[in-house]
Ligand binder design. Sequence first.
Ligand code: PEP
Ligand code: MG
Length: 324
Amino acid sequence: QAAALAGGFDGDNRLADGHVLPLLANVATGKDASKAAESGAEGVGLLRTEFCFLDRDTEPTHEEQVAAYGAVFEHFSGKKVVIRTLDAGADKPLPFLTNTDEPNPALGVRGYRTDWTSPGVLARQLAAIAAAAAEHEAEVWVMAPMIATADEAEHFVALATEAGLQTAGVMVEVPSAALTSAHILQRAAFASLGTNDLTQYAMAADRMLGPLAALNNPWQPAVLQLIKATCDGAAQAAAATGEPKPVGVCGESASDPALAVVLAGLGVTSLSMTARSLAAVNAVLKTVTLDEAQSLAQLALAAASADEAREKVRAALPVLDKLG
Ligand code: PEP
Ligand code: MG
């Protein structure tokens, strides 16, 4: 409804002062990608590859993988597509990779960590991604989920480079990665904040449990501090390496228009969301300057609670009333 009132997304990714903040789409399939391209997304900020293979009990073949990834890349010729390697485990078990008997699956062998228990699957996936990228014109960036340390980032980037993928980054969704992003981003080309998991781990609240929803709220000031720490670390890594170190957000928080303003103010350089949220987020972002977004981010960071942060920021954004 908000998107309808915002009147669709015209693809103009600028704040009120002309500052560019690319808005990208989260997708899992070629069908999603086609819809995302139609709705004006500048690219794909998160291709969740595990969703291509949820029903499989054996590892998908090279050909199956190349076809699945190519089905997304073909809709974004000349545009950026950030593809995430298999994020299996916890809420997304893959029978050929994860063990569902773990006592704490969210803290278990999941995401990038499956490379330790099933060596070879990640390298084969990277080879398939590189082959699909070679068949299409999309600008393919690759990232690993659940990275916790700079050593893991270094190992992932080495594997991606070996496969011929030049732009390798990491998800920042574990608090340790947020707090050490300066080291991580001296090794990786970019970061993408997974605020769904970052919130779950910062608040020690399982994201699957309804009764914990109040804790599982990305407006929690502790989560905002971790996002700021990630962006500050990226700026340090950029200064140390002389290369830009973009930090996107691909968690659900990017689709909350008021929170999107705060994320921009905290130093995030792109936002990726479900395609149907693009119009509403863009409608609000274009009413603020980067300076104003930074002031609102300060207000949210200084709040004592998630509700206080949200209410203060929303009160300063009258355009939200028009969106309903
Ligand atoms: C996240 O954790 O915020 C994220 C984008 O990944 P997923 O929701 O797939 O875990
Ligand atoms: Mg995640």
